[in-house]
Design a protein around this ligand. Structure first.
Ligand code: NDP
Length: 234
């Protein structure tokens, strides 16, 4: 049984991935701060792990590997957003956003790469954001953290391709999850109007692209940032 290790599998986009992969016969290890999901899904093991902490990540990844074997697919999905004027963000905001959104990818990939290299195969996927490509007013830190994710994905793809490991990112537009619940209905309306397909995305629509990217159907795709944004960013 292939093994998916994913961060943030308890809610939103991560939870949609967990459901999709488990339904397709994957053993799934989900890492999140609470380790708790409101819905327990067959074939999924939940680990309490803060992806900002390299020690916690190593412990959780090693425990998952001991239980379910080598990680075939890593999805670095856990993320947080903060909104506000750039001049008002504090150092704590900077650390929280960078350490979660980019540090999570750094810590998780560092933990799985040696195992993937020794097997000469594996897939690493990151959930980025279209704001990492284009920048969002009042989300400067968030945009920068996702820009770092995109660059890291491209560099890792070059470094790990010769070892048979593919690395890609999915770059969602505004998607209906808890993360969007901090935005008012008016803001969501404006985003929908600015989106050619006229609505926000659903978590399952992001999960389907991640599933494709890890499959053999995507065997010649690496180093790409795939936009899933209803045409918001063209
Ligand atoms: P949610 O807020 O719905 O879920 C976030 C998940 O990440 C939760 O499972 C949460 O669990 C986990 N998480 C957060 N911080 C940490 C941490 N430090 N360590 C471990 N787990 C953590 O977010 P979304 O599903 O909306 O977002 C998923 C990804 O998609 C993020 O990277 C986000 O930036 C990206 N994205 C989202 C968009 C959107 O509009 N929703 C648009 C573009 C990109 P817990 O709280 O238990 O830790």
């Amino acid at each position: 049984m292939p093994h998916l290790l994913i961060s943030g599998g308890t809610r939103g986009i991560g939870k949609a991935c967990v459901k999709l992969f488990a339904a397709n016969g994957y053993k799934v290890s989900s890492l999140s701060r609470t380790g708790k999901s409101d819905e327990l899904i067959d074939g999924v093991t939940y680990y309490q792990c803060d992806v900002r902490d390299p020690g916690e990540v190593d412990l959780a990844v090693n425990s998952a590997i001991r239980s379910f074997g080598p990680v075939d697919v890593l999805i670095s999905n856990a993320g947080i957003s903060v909104s506000g004027l750039a001049q008002d963000f504090g150092f704590e905001d900077y650390r929280a956003v960078m350490d979660t959104n980019f540090g999570g990818l750094f810590n998780l990939s560092k933990a799985v790469i040696p195992h993937m290299v020794s097997q000469q195969k594996g897939v690493i996927l990151a959930v980025s954001s279209m704001w990492g490509q284009t920048g969002a007013s009042c989300e400067a830190l968030y945009s920068a953290s996702k820009g770092a994710v995109d660059s890291y994905v491209k560099a890792l793809a070059k470094e790990l391709g010769p070892s048979g490991i593919r690395v890609n990112a999915v770059s969602p537009g505004a998607t209906n999850t808890d993360m969007m619940s901090t935005f008012s209905d008016e803001v969501k309306e404006v985003i929908s109007e600015d989106t050619p397909l006229g609505r926000l995305g659903e978590p399952s629509e992001i999960a389907e692209v991640l599933y494709f990217l890890q499959s053999e159907k995507a065997s010649f795709i690496t180093g790409q940032i795939i936009g899933v944004n209803g045409g918001y960013l063209i």
